[in-house]
Each structure stands twice: as C-alpha cells, then as structure tokens.
Design a protein around this ligand. Structure first.
Ligand SMILES: NC(=O)c1ccc[n+]([C@@H]2O[C@H](COP(=O)([O-])OP(=O)(O)OC[C@H]3O[C@@H](n4cnc5c(N)ncnc54)[C@H](O)[C@@H]3O)[C@@H](O)[C@H]2O)c1
Length: 428
C-alpha cells in the first residue's frame, strides 16, 4: 500500500502499518522527509517512531519515494495523509488534497488493477465525494473511502497501536471492508459507516475534546475564584460514569428544560459575572438551547398542515413537571402564529397538577385546558402532523406509528426515518 504524505500522520501511519506486517511505500513531495525515512530516521520527533522506522526500513517492509507513480505501482490502497491547514478565514485548505487527488487521477488510466483511495486527512463532510471522487474521472477501478485519523501528537505511535476509535466510511462495502482489514491486528472494532458520517465523526470528536477541555477549564477557574480545588471537583464529576462520563445526554434530540438545568446555568453565569469572571462556554449553553428550540418552532411552522398535534408537554418523559418545559414555549409560539394545536401528555391531567407546576403552565398558556386531550387518539384525530416532543413509551410509540399521521420526531425517538429537528430538510 502507499501512504501519501509523510507528515505527522502519514509517517506514523506508514511506520505502524509496516510494523503490523504490511508492505508500505511512503510518498512525499518533500525530499527531506523521504530521505529521512529511507535512511531509517523519523523526519520529526515522535516517541518510538524513529526506532519503528529504522526497523521496518531495515526489514524491507517500509520504503519511501518522492514519486507517486512509484508509490502506487504495486499498491491496491492509497492512504491519503496530506495536510489540510486552516485558511485565513478559518475554512479548510484543500490545496494539498486537490493536488494529490489530481495526481492519483492522472495515474488511474495507466492502471489495470483496482485502487482504494482512503482519505485519512481531516476533511469536511462531502469532501471525499466532491473533491476526491471527481478527480478519479469516473474510473470503475477506483473507490474512495474516508478513514479519519484519531492519533494525538506526542502519543501517536501508542494511539495508532491501541486505537481509541477506528472509523471507515464509504459507499463501496468491499472497499470499506478492505481498508478496515488493514487494522485487523489492532485491538479495536471498526465502525463502518457512511462516507460523510465518517468525515463528520472526526470533527465531532475534535470538537468534543475541545469542549471538554474548555468546560474543565471554566469549572476550574470558577473553583479557583471560590477557593475550591477545581481538580477535586472535576475528578469527582468523572467518578459518575452513569450520567457524567457516559453516553447519557449525548444524543441529538430536543432542547433541554425542567426545573434544574436552566435555573442552575443561569445562577452560575450570574455568580460568575459578580466575580468579574467570563465563562463563555457555560454562558453560551442557554442561548444554544434557545436556538435549538427556535429551530423546532420553525420546523413546525413550515409544516403544510395548520392543525398540529403535540405528543408530550412536560420537559421530559415520565414526569408531570412543566416548569421551563421547552414544549410550553413551542406551544406558545405555534398558537401565536395561528396554528390549531392539540396536546397530549400521558402524565399531565390538569386536575392533578398543582402548586408552582400548575402556576407555570397557567401563566404561560391560560387556556391550556381547552388544548389538552385526555387520550392520544383524540389528539391524533385533530392533527395533520404530530410533533413528538417527548420519548413515547413502547405502547404509545406503537399507537403513534400505527396512526398513519406524519410524525415530526423532535426527540430522536424514531430513528432516521422520521423528520427531526436535527435534520430540518427531512420533513415528511
Ligand atoms: N497532526 C495530528 O496530530 C493529526 C491528528 C489527526 C488527524 N490529522 C489530520 O491529518 C492530516 C495530516 O496532518 P499532518 O499533521 O500529518 O500534516 P503535515 O503537514 O505534517 O504533513 C502533510 C504532508 O503531506 C505532504 N504532501 C502534501 N502534498 C503532497 C502530495 N501531493 N504528494 C505527496 N505528499 C504531499 C507534505 O509535504 C507533508 O509532509 C491533516 O488533515 C490533519 O488535520 C492530524
């Protein structure tokens, strides 16, 4: 196989793939990097890399060339590891990728064997299809897949050998399997996904890491101002592997609400401002949530039918707590825009809620009593579309699905088949 680009990612990829038994040719336009590898040296410092390059060059499994034609001559896979640096405006620079894709494309007519082009560089979703694939001039011999790299500089060899994640995405299952099989010797189960999904996963991972760091730093800063040990706070937070360090809350769905999260975020932001502390990440969470809610409102307003049903009124399933429920805001907005709305929530019966809960609802929507249906079927009867604003229990789910009414899944309860607030264009 050929590894195109012998920078941080490419050189580690080439050396590690050779280490696990593959025959690899590393290709770079930069003759210095090629000469380094040929001489059994790493072109930059990365722990254990130099030894690995030396051993694999000596064993004949790893070689290097400045010639792409030479690199691809015996290869059935080309792993593209060229740089995608930031442009001035923040956009991704695709010059290196365009160039290398063009160079591969120019060699394709002279080939009589298949080639899988696997893009390991970090590229925006759609790049493989819109930039790399067209450069292959429609050759049936070439398949393009995305195989993003997750290694961290400083621990790159270890990260490669003990991958945190292995993602391969593409439309040609054989090509996807072929690339995944390169890593068979490593202790990781490949995630085989769609092409654009693979491209986006890399961005989602890096954004998540950045958000984690910024979050820990903001909590640590606030702790420091309050004379509290921020490390102890974060270490204890991490002890909760059920709600904190876990998949909980990490699925795209509807806006959050309820009597705790909005209130506590507001209090944190207010107290921080009293300390003259800026906590931009924490301060941005409620505005982000509001924007997400507004997307749902827009989605509902764009529906062709004017008679809307809403399933769920409380801020989440299995509760009758209406305080700061985003559905109440959704409902207000829809009524304000002249929609005829019916609402059903299995746990809300007006006669049974009281105190601050009832007060909140009656303040927001004084005539809620005339909108609430006591059973699902009555709500469904009066609706052209149903907004699912709460995860339905199994029996409710079946009744919603079998109603035949178009469902707009705001909470991600039904999978990709239904329209969701996270995929506005998919309205049924
Ligand atoms: N550095 C990291 O820690 C890391 C981790 C994961 C993913 N990534 C992503 O991997 C990609 C590569 O990153 P990097 O840090 O290795 O970049 P880099 O700049 O260190 O290396 C890129 C190499 O590609 C070579 N190159 C460019 N055009 C070429 C061509 N036409 N033919 C042959 N070689 C060519 C360059 O000479 C250079 O040596 C980027 O998209 C980056 O975002 C980087």
């Amino acid at each position: 196989m050929a590894v195109l680009g012998l920078g941080y990612v490419g050189c580690v990829t080439a050396a590690c793939l050779a280490e696990i038994g593959h025959r690899v040719v590393g290709v770079d336009r930069d003759a210095f990097k090629v000469d380094c590898v040929r001489a059994g040296r790493a072109p930059f410092f990365e722990a254990s890399l130099e030894e690995m390059v030396a051993e694999n060059v000596a064993s004949g499994r790893l070689s290097a060339s400045v010639s792409l034609a030479e690199g691809l001559a015996d290869a059935d896979i080309a792993l593209v590891c060229v740089g995608t640096p930031s442009q001035r405006n923040g956009n991704l620079g695709l010059d290196q990728l365009r160039r290398v894709a063009g160079e591969i494309g120019a060699l394709v007519p002279g080939r009589n064997r298949p080639l899988v082009v696997a893009v390991r560089s970090t590229v925006y979703p759609g790049t493989c299809e819109e930039v790399v694939l067209p450069a292959m001039n429609g050759s049936p011999l070439v398949a393009v897949v995305s195989n993003p790299e997750f290694l961290r500089e400083g621990a790159a060899v270890r990260d490669f050998m003990q991958p945190s994640l292995l993602v391969v995405g593409g439309t040609d299952p054989a090509a996807v399997e072929r690339v995944a099989s390169l890593y068979r010797a490593l202790p990781v189960k490949p995630c085989l996904v769609a092409l654009r999904t693979a491209e986006l996963i890399k961005y989602a991972c890096n954004a998540f890491h950045a958000v984690k760091i910024a979050f820990a730093n903001e909590v640590g800063t606030l702790a420091g101002e309050l004379g509290i040990d921020g490390r102890e706070v974060m270490e204890t937070l991490c002890r909760d592997t059920s709600l904190n360090i876990s998949p909980a809350y990490l699925k795209p769905g509807f806006a959050f609400g309820g009597s705790c999260l909005p209130k506590d975020l507001r209090a944190l932001a207010y107290r921080a401002s009293r300390l003259d502390l800026k906590l931009p990440l924490l301060e941005s969470v409620l505005p982000s949530n509001q924007t997400h809610l507004e997307r749902a409102i827009r989605l509902a307003l764009e529906l062709p039918g004017r008679r809307l049903g809403i399933f769920g009124l409380a801020f989440k399933e299995n509760t009758d707590d209406l305080r700061e429920s985003p559905v109440v805001q959704l409902l207000e907005a829809l009524i304000g825009k002249g929609r005829r709305v019916r609402v059903y929530d299995p746990h809300i019966h007006l006669g049974e809620i009281y105190g601050s809960n009832q007060q909140y609802l009656l303040n927001a929507i004084p005539h809620i009593g005339s909108l609430l249906d006591e059973n699902l079927e009555t709500m469904l009867e009066g609706a052209d579309h149903v907004l699912v604003a709460q995860k339905p229990a199994a029996d409710m789910r079946t009744r919603l699905e079998s109603s035949g009414k178009p469902l707009v899944d705001l909470v991600g309860a039904f999978g990709a088949a239904q329209a969701t607030v996270c995929a506005e264009s998919q309205v049924m």
